[in-house]
Design a protein. Structure first.
Length: 281
């Protein structure tokens, strides 16, 4: 454990499987002592400098780059809708997004000028195209069809890393009420399939959102909501408040701290009614 800790501090970021296992053990919600031991997130995770989006970059993306990407985006039936190639999420999680960060429908966003999702689209040009293709796939499938695809992905035993579940809104937000209702029903149907195969559905599905203007009253218990503003947090029973702050000085003693590395944490998928703090980066 000491060797692993020292190696992490030297490299500055969590990369190897040994480190993932250690941090997951210390911070997992399934560890009864996790809250008192989660101080590992203070000194074992490198917090990257804030990546502010300049006015020039924002204008170029909106007026030139995004329209060009839209014009070159095509759809194929062989499209694979559940990627698990996100370095932060790891192989155990897939993500589903419904809009580009540059067309985000979020309201009262707490990180608009340092949007991590926007930086991903600035850096990787195919990211935007994939998000549009993914939403098209979503729109062309029924709730039952989507549920079967997701359940089959989770239950795939031919992979080296055991799969956990799906994060919704990897970038952007929920575009409208219809999509939100589809998410609810898709999660319910997926959980039914998993239960029929004797699989635990706890901590399988989570979502980030700011949309307090939508109706969340039909949200299934299996879907964990991480609300990015106080209004949504107070509106939905059991929701977590995902709160971005400027520094560790803004984090209360004993609070839940985002490690910025989902491979070694399950706070956003398993906590209920808590406040999770993330340092802006």
């Amino acid at each position: 454990m000491i060797t692993t800790r020292n190696n992490i501090l030297k490299t500055g970021f969590l990369q190897n499987d040994e480190a993932m296992t250690l941090i997951a053990h210390l911070t997992s919600c399934d560890n009864p002592d996790h809250k008192s031991r989660q101080g590992v997130n203070y000194d074992m995770v490198k917090i990257n400098p804030q990546r502010k989006i300049s006015k020039e970059v924002d204008q170029k993306m909106r007026e030139q780059v995004i329209p060009e990407r839209a014009g070159s985006t095509s759809w194929t039936k062989s499209f694979k809708p559940l990627p698990n190639d996100n370095s932060k999420l790891g192989k155990a999680w897939a993500y589903i997004a419904f809009e580009s960060a540059w067309e985000c429908s979020g309201i009262q966003c707490q990180c608009e000028n340092i949007c991590y999702a926007k930086w991903m689209e600035v850096t990787y040009k195919n990211k935007t195209k994939y998000l549009w293709q993914q939403f098209l796939w979503w729109c062309l499938r029924t709730n039952q069809e989507r549920a079967q695809v997701i359940a089959d992905w989770i239950m795939n035993n031919r992979v080296k890393v055991k799969r956990k579940g799906v994060r919704f809104c990897d970038t952007g937000d929920v575009p409208d009420q219809r999509t939100l209702d589809e998410i609810f029903e898709t999660v319910r149907l997926t959980c039914k399939i998993l239960e029929d195969h004797d699989l635990d559905t706890r901590g399988r599905f989570y979502i980030y959102s700011t949309r307090h203007d939508l109706d969340w009253s039909n949200k299934p218990a299996e879907l964990t909501l991480n609300a990015s503003n106080d209004k949504l947090f107070n509106m939905v029973p059991g929701a977590n408040r995902f709160k971005a702050v400027d520094s560790f000085d803004d984090v209360p003693a004993g609070a839940y701290i985002c490690s910025c590395n989902c491979k070694a944490c399950d706070y956003c998928s398993k906590l209920n009614g808590e406040i999770i703090y993330e340092i802006k980066r």
